[in-house]
Design a protein around this ligand. Structure first.
Ligand SMILES: NC(=O)c1ccc[n+]([C@@H]2O[C@H](COP(=O)([O-])OP(=O)(O)OC[C@H]3O[C@@H](n4cnc5c(N)ncnc54)[C@H](O)[C@@H]3O)[C@@H](O)[C@H]2O)c1
Ligand SMILES: [Zn+2]
Length: 360
């Protein structure tokens, strides 16, 4: 039987890996009532597993929101506040956030603001949630057509990430999380990268350990830089261009997953890294090859580049004619706050378009 990673930091308890749910049973003891917030899919697929594994824990209320990024909205936040009011939730109660990144973002914000803050635990049910969204205390909603426009930093008391939930996850969401897992390898964990290199996510033998390693990487960063003043910015590798592409496809009516956009962003930003830090050609090739093995290329053209550049300017990191990037010095080592000239960014997008997939 696999034993999960248990990590107690000053503010958060983490239990990550197979059998994490069973191992979390003691964490519920101190609370008067337990209220679960979830979404419609997760209620169907994951809540029965949660109940079965924690059969001794009584659930006093369930709040179910509608799944999907388009519902990470003020309307659903108000719905949760209304439900918490109806259930008369108070400071002695515990909120359990059960779901993917959309759910933990919005329900975390709801819990953190209701009656000036109720305690909550995150039980991520997507790969992206387990290695990224549920960890690090960022909560929020989309507002006025901007992603994560309103929110707050507040940590859950516990993050319990059990891969048992992943058996029902759709393929596109596996891929989306896999892009972030690759990112940890590239920015800080060469060993993880080597474990994954050349593989499609189906071919990864040991997801339990990969999740533990990737989640651990994120924890190691956020525990020392909660408010993203320094090293946490390294997590933005692939995201400056990736976010612009995500917005581009969202606005064109063909939304893509966050991970797909970040994967494309990582190709462009690895190319930028190769220009600025002279990363060896073989590294650039191997990174591009790995991403191409898992993601098909987007079909934007050179005519779309001005629009994509414009969208990039909405990024919080913009300064005049330069963008602030987190780039790679080599595989396993990132640097943040690298100013990159707009011309070079345009060239990186041209590289993406013209340098066709290099998988043999
Ligand atoms: N707070 C952070 O630090 C942080 C970091 C990264 C991403 N995010 C946010 O996370 C969100 C994306 O999260 P996501 O990729 O988990 O998407 P998601 O929460 O939308 O989940 C994807 C889909 O899978 C369903 N689902 C979830 N778990 C399932 C399971 N086990 N079986 C079957 N279906 C399941 C959901 O209902 C949803 O339809 C974005 O809004 C992004 O902004 C936040
Ligand atoms: Zn991301």
């Amino acid at each position: 039987m696999n034993i999960p990673l248990v990590l107690e930091t000053d503010t958060v308890s983490y239990i990550i890996g197979d059998n994490a749910i069973e191992k979390s049973v003691n964490k519920f003891r101190q609370f008067k009532r337990i209220i679960v917030i979830t979404d419609d899919n997760v209620e169907k697929y994951c809540l029965p597993v949660f109940r079965k594994k924690l059969s001794s824990i009584e659930i006093d209320g369930i709040i179910t929101i509608i799944s999907g990024e388009e519902n990470k909205s003020i309307h659903q936040l108000i719905y949760i506040w209304n439900e918490l009011t109806r259930l008369n939730a108070g400071r002695d109660d515990l909120i359990v956030n059960l779901g993917g990144g959309v759910l933990t973002d919005i329900a975390g914000m709801a819990a953190a603001t209701f009656k000036r803050g109720l305690q909550f635990m995150n039980f991520p049910t997507t790969l992206l949630g387990m290695v990224d969204a549920a960890i690090g205390g960022k909560t929020g909603i989309d507002f006025a057509r901007f992603k994560n426009q309103v929110g707050l930093f507040v940590n859950p008391t516990c993050v319990i990430a059990d891969p048992v939930f992943l058996s029902t996850l759709e393929e596109i969401h596996w891929h989306s999380g896999f892009a972030e897992v690759m990112k940890y390898g590239l920015i800080m964990d060469r060993e993880l990268w080597q474990k994954l290199e050349g593989k499609n996510y189906h071919e990864v033998e040991d997801w339990n350990n990969v999740i533990i390693k990737a989640a651990r990487d994120k924890i190691d960063i956020v525990r020392f830089d909660v408010l993203e003043k320094g090293i946490r910015k390294n997590l933005n590798f692939g995201h400056t261009i990736g976010h612009a592409l995500e917005s581009f496809y969202l606005k064109s009516g063909n939304p893509v997953t966050h991970g797909m956009a970040i994967a494309a962003g990582m190709i462009c930003e690895t190319w930028l890294s190769s220009k600025i830090y002279s990363i060896e050609c073989t590294c650039l090739e191997s990174i591009v090859k790995m991403i191409d093995k898992n993601f098909s290329r987007f079909n934007f053209t050179e005519n779309d580049i001005p629009r994509i550049m414009q969208l990039m300017k909405q990024d919080k990191k913009i300064r005049k004619n330069k963008q602030n990037f987190s780039l790679l010095r080599k595989i396993g080592k990132a640097v943040h706050e690298v100013e990159v000239d707009n011309n070079l960014i345009i060239q990186s997008l041209e590289f993406y378009i013209n340098r066709k997939s290099i998988i043999s």
